[in-house]
Design a protein around this ligand. Sequence first.
Ligand code: FAD
Length: 307
Amino acid sequence: MTTRTAQPRTSVIDRIGARESTGPVFSVEFFPPKDARGEAELWRAIRRLEPLDPAFVSVTYGAGGSSRDRTIRTTARIASDTTLVPMAHLTAVSHSRAELRHVIGSYAAAGISNVLAVRGDPPGDPLGEWTAHPEGLTYADELVRLVRESGSFCVGVAAFPYGHPRSADLDADLARLLVKIRAGADFAISQLFWEPTGFLRLRDRLAAAGCDAPLIPGIMPLLSAKTMAKGPELSGAPLPAGLAERMAPYADDPAGFRAAGLDLTTELCQTLLAEGVRGLHFYTMNRSPATADLVGRLGLGRTAVSA
Ligand code: FAD
């Protein structure tokens, strides 16, 4: 009888840094599926992307712990059933410190050693007034500290190239990001954007502040008019000048929109790679084709090795 032993797990920061000599990496983000159909779709995407060798794969955490068990289960299965390096997101919303410690313990027990520590949004209205749980945490830097205190974790945080919607201005936003990194975060992943200026400005400002933690751009492939309409609302990043005009010819042509959107996303990624980013983090929406296509076009992951 063979006994399954846990795979040695690496940290996200190792995976980003270890491959510096072999070039930039890519990583992917999934959300925990709600039903059997979603689960099947997610696992098709995971199996399709696994051979491309992403540096790590992350699984989001539903607001207020709504996905707690599904996030733990999905990330744990990635840890046990695949060759991938998993990262679980965790939010502070509606949790006491004790509950957060319990979730962090569940992650550790499942072999997950990478956590993206984000505060989360107020339940109901994401732009509404934030109220901390009476025995909980108020801001993400406190969550970074709690995860750090709880074990040997590699910790990431969220970054906002155009500022978090509740930040007074870009200076205040940068200051908060620096606080999170100084609290113990190893790296940051950015909110989505379709024009590189804000991201590159933030990266330069971090460097000027003496911070060498990697800032990984979050890339949402532009695949539909709906995504384009939702983007600014989700991210706080304005729609880039000229984007709507460029995509206007495809208003009634979803296939044409998707093709033009993938070209635009490719150009964005090429600019970022030319600027020396260490990795690209793709928001997959639990589907693989667009990410696999982009990874191939950009010569990342195993496609670079086999090319
Ligand atoms: P914080 O860093 O705490 O910042 C929140 C706001 O408070 C900012 O405006 C900041 O400037 C301000 N602030 C921080 N500290 C202080 C202070 N001491 N005093 C005054 N103001 C302060 N959401 C989910 O629900 N689940 C997920 O899995 C998830 N994953 C994400 C992944 C990425 C890569 C990104 C970019 C976002 C993700 N989010 C997720 C969304 C995130 O939870 C929200 O954007 C949330 O509003 C902010 O989280 P944060 O960690 O940046 O919070």
